[in-house]
Design a protein. Sequence first.
Length: 268
Amino acid sequence: MKQPELGKRISEMRKAKGLTQEELVELCNLNVRTIQRIEAGEVTPRSYTIKTLFEALGAQWENIEKGTATSYPKSIVTWLYVGFGAGLVYFCLSYFEISMEIEWMEGSYVNTLNFGLVKAGVLITFSLFIFGLIKMTSAFPNKILQIALWVMLLANALWAGVDFLALNMSSLDLKDYYEVKISTFGLAYAFMGVGFLSYKKLWSNIPQVIGALGLVSGVLMFTVVGALFALIPLTLFELGELGLLVWSINTIGRTSSPDSTIGAELQS
């Protein structure tokens, strides 16, 4: 690869990692002026310098030089789209579910069929939303987040099953276990928050912001008494997850093209 393409590629990789030129200097022991001139295409660095830069950026120079690219399976992109679409529907349905639950426990809502249909819709859309995020961790590896998402998926299925039993059994009422249910989801959301916080240099610091919101909302939900206040950070948290899915779709679509290997080489 020759200049100025090499300089542009290094600059794109650095920005994709969320690094400044000064931070890159600390990783590869070069001076700022050298990196500036390389990125500007003013000089052609030695092969050793190029290799050092690419290793500092978490990429393999040999693969970049050959022009190879990691091609993501189409199923991943498909699931990201499904997850995003399902997330939008879930985002709306969840507020209907919450209001119905409150009215049901107060005795002012008694339409079991409608309540059950909304809960079924939430179960399906939320599960697809979470599975889309799990697929995202296949493209952007994060073991902690992946485990947290599976925990949330299982918790959602478990409590949905209990809710359906409560709707059809006079001996079981939502009020009997509602606080335990809220606390369980609080722990799961907090775990997911920690998972997002563990991302390093992915889409600037957006995952850390999302993670902080998830952690705060999870802790508030776990206390039960703070569950109502958790709705604000939780709403922002889930909007952030939707935004991350959109970013992932755009990034994978860009890095899967023959002209680019940046995203595939920068997974960490």
